[in-house]
Design a protein around this ligand. Structure first.
Ligand code: URA
Length: 433
């Protein structure tokens, strides 16, 4: 099977067979297929697409390209959540303990961030002593005992995606629905969870800029997951502004704690409730109404917060920092960003906010950058709010040793004002199961 012929077949819009897709993926992973041929293949897929069957074959070849994580030692319904990415996304910190309090099992593997603010692991490391490095035995035992553990990803999970994504990133082939679906689902299906809730973000800050594309991606991923024998639901949520109010590391942990204590921001809390209810519906066969009631109960009666404390303690974190979060790392300087005119907030560009937060020190510009856990920002105003000149748009938590002016300018430009009234989109846009 010549790579040339497979690329040409896809270029001409024809359907590939399972062996043809397997030969491209395995050839690229073992380096017998050069970058230039893989780049041509990806561009052909970008323009001609792949049908559901081809996307499933590609997902499965990628999934089996490295380690597979077996969760057989865990009793009960193992469930994971995946977000297609967003700024201010501290969902995993809250959702895991909520699901554990509901009796589900969450064996969470998370990553570090590069570019915008830190990833889940970076945020958790704002808690003194917190360790995401557990042995497999400790990991399985802890999930059985507590119900939730968050660890770092293993080195060799889906190497095909690492290589392919790096090439997509530099060949303008990231935003292809079948390629995104294969990339996400290969990683999710490499870990043997029984259930999966996908949080597909839609809007200016997301890969999917409009609802139609997001629905197509969500339907495709749900189908792939079901074909692989998993229970899968996708929630489509709005990303026209960052999630919640806090963006940074320690500040996002604070927002997560507030939410677990049942006084988090309304939008973020409603997303948590929706995702948790979907997971519970998958795991316990409840209808949505019953599931939502149970989720609200564990947030209101402190069971979800207690699970978070248990998890932090087990993973070596200092729970005094959770019980009194003024002990978490804090910035040495605070300031405010004020509106320079009247208007209505029409959009808060997530990518720009994320980059501004990174410039403040909350994210990594390169792999070697060291995150400043205390810096970040709090968005005081949201899309649709009426603004008067001089109103505080955001609180800033700064490192006074840095020149923060470029970051603050970027932040100002990211918050767009309009003269006419704007109606904000609802946070939850659709559910596909
Ligand atoms: N997230 C992924 O993991 N892969 C993509 O292709 C896009 C988003």
């Amino acid at each position: 099977m010549r790579a040339y012929d497979i690329i040409k077949k896809k270029r001409d819009g024809l359907k590939l067979s399972q062996p043809e897709i397997a030969s491209i993926i395995s050839g690229f992973v073992d380096a017998s297929l050069p970058d230039y041929q893989m780049a041509a293949f990806l561009m052909a897929v970008y323009f001609k697409g792949m049908d559901e069957e081809e996307t499933y074959w590609m997902t499965d070849c990628m999934r089996t390209s490295g380690d597979l994580i077996n969760l057989d030692g865990i009793e009960g319904f193992t469930v994971d959540k995946h977000s297609t990415g967003g700024v201010g996304d501290k969902t995993s910190l809250v959702l895991g303990p909520v699901l554990a309090a509901l009796g589900l099992k969450v064996a969470k593997m998370s990553g570090r961030g590069l570019g915008h603010t830190g990833g889940t692991i970076d945020k958790l490391e704002a808690i003194k002593g917190f360790s995401c490095e557990l042995t497999t035995r400790q990991f399985i035992d802890a999930v059985n005992k507590i119900g939730v553990v968050i660890v770092g990803q293993t080195g060799n999970l889906v190497p095909a995606d690492k290589k392919i994504y790096a090439l997509r990133d530099v060949t303008a082939t990231v935003d292809s629905i079948p390629l995104i679906a294969a990339s996400i689902m290969s990683k999710k299906l490499a870990v043997a969870n029984k259930g999966l809730v996908l949080d597909v973000k839609v809007g200016s800050g997301a890969f999917m800029k409009n609802l139609d594309d997001a629905r197509e991606l969500a339907r495709l991923m749900v189908k792939i997951g079901k074909q692989a024998g998993r229970k899968v639901t996708a929630v489509l949520s709005n990303m026209d502004e960052p999630l919640g109010e806090m963006i940074g590391n320690a500040v996002e942990v604070i927002e997560a704690i507030d939410t677990l204590r049942n006084h988090g921001p309304q939008g973020f809390t409603s997303l948590i409730k929706t995702l948790a209810a979907e997971a519970l519906a998958l795991g316990a066969g409840l209808d949505r109404g019953e599931a939502e009631k149970k989720v609200a109960e564990v947030l209101a009666d402190g069971r979800a917060y207690a699970k978070f404390l248990e998890m932090v303690k087990f993973q070596g974190g200092d729970i005094a920092m959770i019980e009194d979060y003024s002990k978490l790392p804090a910035a040495r300087k605070t300031d405010t960003l004020k509106a320079d005119r009247d208007g209505y907030i029409s959009q808060i560009n997530c990518e720009e906010i994320g980059l501004a937060a990174m410039m403040l020190g909350a994210g990594r510009e390169t792999k070697e950058s060291v995150i400043d856990m205390g810096v970040g920002l709090k968005l005081i105003k949201h899309v649709g709010d009426k603004i008067n000149k001089g109103d505080v748009l955001a609180e800033l938590y700064l490192n006074p040793d840095l020149d923060n002016s470029r970051a603050v300018n970027r932040l100002r430009k990211a918050i767009e004002l309009s003269d006419s009234k704007i109606v904000a989109q609802p946070l939850i846009l659709d559910i596909i199961s």
